[in-house]
Design a protein. Structure first.
Length: 389
């Protein structure tokens, strides 16, 4: 087992383009990660956790280092590049893409920690897998040197492979609860197996349990800087973007990529899958299914690509942030529409456990249920911005 605080050195894996410090070859490597993820997708589903080969491919490709500050060996990368890479990997395995996204976004969150904690995490290199719990939980008490944490935090995707966990808790400040994040090394928590789900099984989104664990002051930050995009570091523009502008597009990317993968597989010639024993290409219903699904999948992708490009321009306004969140919610709904249509058109054959279409169907519905992608919530934010109130 690697020691927390020491990055994982690139290994010889199925990925042939490890990322060099300070560069970003994520787009080059994502297609190769997708190939590895495809080979192990059934194993991830069965074991309810990503195989080590997929995790090593994600790390070698640069997902964990993508948002790591340059001074710690990362590229302080772009949101648009990550979205494109997630879309590619998700075509083959939604769970692998989701964990790659969590590795990247958890590292971005760690960039808001005090410098001493950042050095602890990335002292051995930037390829350090981390997991995060975004919902406040557990019991947090002040300690003369920091805080003490006790309790259970649930649904940390990729936690089986993480060296650090970022846990959210609340502390009273001037009579109101303030959220804080706490960086906890692997040696200080145990993993509880709770991930028994209908979709996204390969993410291994288990719980962590802490028993009166001391967290020093420098391993914590309040969520104001994260929410408002106030990293205070000119070399890391990715830390100057409000969370609202990027969280939903990044969460939606695995679902949209999975919809594209499902469409590609469904569109392959399949003999007489069409009505009345005719080839699908000659069946009007199949043509309509193909055309409408392709249009919706492309629209969803374009919405996410625009969101990533907007976030990368800098000086993100509140109006742009709520637009990005709105578009991500729509993209997730379009992905659901695509896989649901394809699944229904696939007939009995699509329902077999060996058919990847049914896995994509379950995974996309699971991703779309995330709170950040709820259309009612995001429409409320957008309407308040437009109309006030």
């Amino acid at each position: 087992m690697r020691k927390p605080g020491h990055g994982r050195a690139p290994k010889e894996t199925d990925v042939t383009h490890p990322v060099a410090a300070g560069t970003n070859s994520l787009l080059l490597s994502s297609a190769e990660v997708a190939e590895v993820a495809a080979r192990y997708a059934a194993d991830a589903e069965r074991d309810r956790s990503l195989p080590k080969e997929v995790v090593e491919a994600l790390l070698a490709a640069g997902f964990a280092r993508h948002f790591v500050p340059i001074r710690h060996g990362g590229p302080a990368g772009r949101f648009g590049d990550l979205i494109d890479a997630l879309l590619t990997v998700a075509e083959e395995c939604t769970s692998a893409a989701w964990c790659g996204m969590i590795f990247a976004t958890s590292a971005r969150m760690a960039g808001y920690l005090p410098e001493e904690a950042q050095r602890e995490i990335w002292d051995g290199g930037p390829d350090v897998p981390m997991a995060a719990a975004f919902v406040p939980s557990g019991d947090v008490r002040r300690d003369p040197a920091g805080w003490r944490l006790t309790g259970e935090w649930r649904f940390l995707s990729g936690v089986d492979h993480a060296d650090w966990a970022l846990l959210c808790g609340t502390m009273p400040v001037d009579g109101r609860p303030v959220r804080r994040f706490f960086a906890v090394p692997r040696r200080d928590y145990r993993i509880k197996d709770v991930w028994f789900t209908v979709g996204m099984r390969g993410t291994g989104s288990n719980a962590v349990v802490l028993d009166d664990v001391r967290v020093p002051r420098h391993r914590s930050f309040d969520d104001g800087a994260l929410m408002n995009g106030q990293g205070g570091n000119p070399e890391s523009p990715c830390h100057e973007v409000p969370l609202l502008a990027v969280a939903a597009p990044l969460f939606a990317a695995p679902a949209v990529g999975a919809a594209h993968g499902a469409l590609r597989r469904w569109s392959q010639p399949a003999g007489d899958r069409g009505g009345h024993g005719r080839p699908a290409a000659h069946d009007p219903r199949s043509r309509e299914t193909l055309t409408r699904s392709a249009a919706e999948a492309d629209i969803a992708r374009l919405l996410l690509e625009r969101a990533g490009q907007a976030a990368d321009l800098g000086a993100v306004t509140h109006g742009l942030a709520v637009r990005n969140a709105r578009d991500a919610a729509v993209a997730a709904e379009l992905a659901v529409s695509v896989v649901d249509r394809l699944f229904r058109a696939g007939g009995t054959g699509a329902q077999t456990e060996t058919n990847p279409l049914q896995r994509s169907w379950r995974d996309v519905f699971a991703v779309a249920s995330h709170a950040a992608l709820r259309f009612d919530r995001n429409s409320d934010h957008f309407a308040r911005h437009v109309w006030g109130g």
